[in-house]
Design a protein around this ligand. Structure first.
Ligand SMILES: [Fe+2]
Length: 478
């Protein structure tokens, strides 16, 4: 039987390491059944190098981390990792029945175990919590304990699996400083798996983007530390996001399936199938996937509006993907049809259908939004408070077909929007930073009195974005 070609080296400190890489994978492949998760991956990590690995869910990054941690089999492939390695996961994974120092000392041997655990805990700022129970720790303290537990093992390779994802923003920034200072002090090679592009740029020497089990992007970060969110930082972020957001998982090639006319017809009893999906709905599915990727990576509203606006621009360059059922005006009032809502309600996409001459009341926005005109045009008039009442400010803004504008409470939008035409229908695609059907907002009357409202949806069934057979059927049909 062929022997695995794994080569382990035991590094006790970076000084003892040669220039040989700490990690080396040559053509590494990992598959589950027919699904190739890692596809012929070549990767080296130098001694003391800090690498961040970005990638959408399902891109293979967790599988790669587990491989480097020795948690997954390598099946005889050419993989080099050091013996001394440690992992910090998103949850601290502390044993609740052991005090903090004993959690750190877990698995250590020798007479100085307590001393070593104490030293590591002091290094992460928890010298005063040695005898605490894990249940009394804050989220940040628990992750510091997990870092101490990794550190005490003097790893040559430190693997960080989204370790700050569950922390609040301020604690996360403090943890970034801590990790950098520990890395400078101990100089392990680090692989940080993260969804947060800012975190990757703030910390790493090199950022990799994994897509479909391959490295799609590699960027060296030459910015001096500590890294400030300056123009060069933003330029790096835009470069990485532009590549990443434009390669949603839906762009994977469609499997070519042989279609036979004798195949039984699809049942339409499922409410998801109430409307026969337009073959071009995959444009909307791609948009939804790309926006979800973007929101995985950043919570920065400016960036979401800029990159999301670019994605929405792409979606509205053509209008042939919108099924007729979601383009129907109503003679009494404008209609809002839900096209998609993110499962975590981080965003919703609606088609806003204006009958001739229809207008909204003056209203505000309590979440970010993007508006792109698909057909016709809209007129928008901004309002600002003048004493008790609201008064129109600035000129009426015309948003023409193909144009996108942003709204948000930080932009400060109180406005009234009207169909630019009194003899035809206009349609705009709106994207909101929440389930807009569950968000309270206000309209304002002429005296400036607010009235709370929640947008409703005109539809009770959703377009089916996920049926991959439709483009194939369409080809056969045509
Ligand atoms: Fe609005």
């Amino acid at each position: 039987m062929a022997q695995p070609r794994i080569r382990n080296r035991a590094f006790t400190s970076v000084e003892s390491a040669s220039q040989a890489p700490t990690v080396a994978l040559n053509g590494f492949t990992r598959r589950f059944g027919d699904n190739v998760v890692i596809d012929g991956l070549d990767l080296t990590i130098a001694p003391g190098e800090f690498v961040a690995l970005l990638g959408a869910s399902g891109s293979g990054k967790t599988t790669l981390l587990r491989t480097l941690a020795g948690l997954d089999p390598i099946g005889g492939q050419d993989v080099t990792t050091p013996d001394a390695r440690a992992v910090v996961f998103q949850d601290a994974r502390l044993l609740p029945w052991k005090k903090v120092w004993r959690n750190v000392a877990l698995g250590l041997s020798g007479g100085d175990v307590r001393t070593r655990a104490e030293a590591a805990l002091k290094e992460v700022g928890l010298g005063h919590r040695l005898d605490a129970w894990p249940s009394t720790l804050s989220g940040g303290e628990a992750q510091r304990t997990a870092l101490a537990r990794a550190l005490v093992r003097e790893p040559a390779l430190l693997l960080l699996d989204e370790p700050f994802a569950a922390l609040d923003a301020l604690t996360r920034l403090k943890m970034h400083d801590l990790v950098l200072s520990l890395w400078r002090e101990h100089k392990p090679s680090v692989l940080l798996v993260t969804h947060d592009v800012d975190e990757a740029i703030a910390l790493a020497d090199r950022v990799l983007v994994l897509d479909k089990g391959k490295i799609a992007v590699e960027e060296r970060i030459a910015l001096e530390r500590p890294r400030q969110p300056d123009a060069r930082f933003h330029a790096t972020r835009r470069r990485l996001l532009a590549t990443w957001a434009s390669t949603p998982p839906h762009h994977r090639p469609l499997p070519r399936r042989r279609w036979s006319p004798s195949r039984p017809a699809r049942s339409c009893s499922d409410p998801m199938s109430a409307f026969r999906p337009a073959p071009k709905l995959h444009k909307l599915a791609d948009f939804v996937g790309a926006l979800g990727n973007l929101l995985d990576q950043t919570r920065d509203e400016d960036l979401i509006l800029a990159e999301g606006g670019r994605l929405l621009s792409g979606l509205i360059t053509r209008d042939d993907w919108l099924p007729d059922a979601y383009a129907q005006p109503d003679p009494t009032r404008y209609q809002q049809y839900l096209l998609h809502c993110d499962s975590r309600e981080r965003f919703s996409v609606v088609s806003f259908v204006w009958g001739p001459g229809q207008a909204t009341p003056v209203h505000d926005h309590t979440v970010w939004g993007l508006v792109g005109v698909l057909r016709g045009a809209e007129l928008s008039q901004r309002f600002a408070r003048r004493g008790e009442a609201f008064a129109a400010v600035g000129p009426v803004h015309r948003l023409a077909r193909g144009e996108v504008e942003a709204v948000s409470p930080t932009v400060g939008d109180v406005h009234q929007v009207t169909n630019a035409f009194d003899n035809r229908v206009s349609i705009s695609i709106h994207v909101y930073g929440a389930n807009i059907g569950a968000v309270e907002r206000s309209t304002y009357d002429a005296a400036g009195r607010p009235k709370r409202f929640v947008s409703g949806y005109a539809n009770t069934t959703l377009p089916n974005l996920w049926d991959r057979s439709k483009p194939v059927l369409a080809e056969v049909d045509s």
